[in-house]
Design a binder for this molecule. Structure first.
Ligand SMILES: *Cc1c(COP(=O)(O)O)cnc(C)c1O
Length: 427
């Protein structure tokens, strides 16, 4: 599959059935796997042989779907997780533990921010958050001797800031640490962060990859490019023997290509158990089969809606990287020449009250906390997810009281525009 184009990988990647085998990816709904001898199974426990023994660690359906995403991103190894949150957590915790430090872009998903700034901090991992628009000097100044990784988001949810991936990769590599990129909003169809120097990619597959609001899930992909052994002293977890696996040294035994995902699977998945169900992986695969077709339509619809809103007299501002007026237009053109995503944010004149009123009048777009779905949905953070904040606190958090997040689905763009038009006419 390696040499095929994205569209072919979306449809056929990860799975090549043999003669007389199922055409569709089989759902292996089994917690466990049978062996003839204890010796056979023992080899799996020692990581001397590869195979399945318990679905908390690995399952054939999940691995098949992970292999497809791995091909789409251009990586060397990948694993599915039960959610995007689990993927974000594992991706960092696999290389940074108590006493370590991580540099992260401040423009990241709220759930990730909380995971890093509150929960992982409680576990002893310190984070420094830097503006994605900081200078190289400011970025370099955020590193410490105990820094183990850099984390950012291709297109931040919900701020929609487009990351300068090369700038972050350069800083990470000059300090001998990997760059981890959450590529949820762009998907590999629109951006492949490995091509710009990222080392690890994560996804909330709950969003566009699933695309139908059917299954929560996550994925981690390794580019296979980061040379852990070169920075041995920084990454003892990968470069020194693991007593819980009879002294295996991941970076030696599995090389650059396999060490990171093997360690995350056999240590983190074993101990934390954030396993996706085979059935959820199957649903995710159905979504992936049409991802390339849907992303194109999401972007076309978002472009049309953003252009309509920008000209509307009742709209104060529109944030969409596909608009030439956007601060991120040039960055998006570089990293995502075929389009960014289907999510737009905008401000309604008259602030909070009018934003709420307009949304109440929408007939196609449903009010949901979800984004990146085949069905158009929208959210008014000030009166929902961020309702505990007053207007001043909202502005400080980058969420103005009038902000509406509007996630364009794959319906007809003229219908979406007419829906917005009638809703705006009523305020
Ligand atoms: C939703 C989301 C997550 C968290 O994923 P879940 O699947 O909800 O756990 C992480 N990153 C981004 C960019 C997201 O949009």
């Amino acid at each position: 599959m390696k040499d095929y184009k994205m569209e072919t990988k979306c449809v056929q990647g990860g799975y090549t059935p043999g003669n007389g085998e199922p055409r569709q990816v089989p759902i292996v709904q089994s917690t466990t796997f049978k062996y003839a001898t204890s010796e056979d199974m023992g080899k799996l426990f020692d990581l001397e042989a590869s195979g399945y023994f318990y679905s908390r660690l690995q399952n054939p359906t999940c691995d098949t779907v992970a292999a497809k995403i791995c091909e789409m991103e251009g990586g060397t190894a990948a694993m599915l997780t039960s959610s995007g949150q689990a993927a974000s957590f594992f991706s960092v915790f696999n290389v940074a533990g108590c006493g370590d430090h991580v540099v992260a872009s401040s423009a990241i998903y709220g759930g990730t921010y909380n995971l890093f700034a509150v929960t992982m901090k409680r576990m002893g991992v310190d984070f420094t958050f830097v503006s994605p628009e900081c200078s190289e000097e400011e970025l370099n100044a955020a590193f410490r001797p105990n820094t183990k990784a850099v984390f950012g988001e291709t297109i931040a949810n919900p701020a929609l800031i487009v990351l300068d991936i090369e700038k972050f990769a350069k800083a990470a590599h000059s300090h001998g640490v990997p760059l981890i990129i959450d590529n949820t909003f762009a998907t590999p169809v629109n951006c492949r962060p490995f091509e710009w120097g990222a080392d690890i990619v994560t996804h909330s597959t709950t969003k566009y990859m699933d695309g139908h609001g059917a299954a929560v899930g996550g994925c981690i992909v390794d580019s296979g490019n980061f040379d852990w052994m070169k920075y041995k002293e920084k990454f003892p977890g990968l470069c020194t023997p693991d007593d819980s696996y009879h002294g295996v040294t991941y970076a030696e035994k599995f090389g650059k290509e396999g060490a990171y995902i093997t360690k995350a699977t056999v240590q983190l998945m074993r101990d934390f158990g954030s396993t996706p169900s085979p059935y959820s992986a199957f649903l995710l695969n159905l979504g992936l089969e049409s991802l390339h077709v849907r992303m194109k339509r999401h972007c076309e619809n978002a472009q049309a809606v953003a252009e309509f809103l920008e000209k509307h007299p009742k709209i104060e501002w529109v944030n969409y990287a596909g608009l030439p007026s956007s601060k991120y237009y040039q960055t998006a053109k570089k990293y995502m020449p075929n389009g960014t995503c289907g999510v737009i944010s905008f401000g309604v004149k008259g602030g909070r009250a009018n934003a709420e009123k307009m949304m109440k009048n929408l007939k196609i777009a449903a009010i949901e906390t979800h984004v990146a779905d085949a069905r158009t949905c929208c959210l008014h953070p000030a009166s929902t997810t961020h309702r505990q904040m007053n207007d001043e606190e909202l502005v400080a958090a980058g969420v103005s009281p009038d902000l509406v997040r509007y996630s364009c689905g794959i319906e007809n763009a003229e219908d979406l525009i007419a829906d917005l038009e009638q809703a705006l006419a009523q305020i």
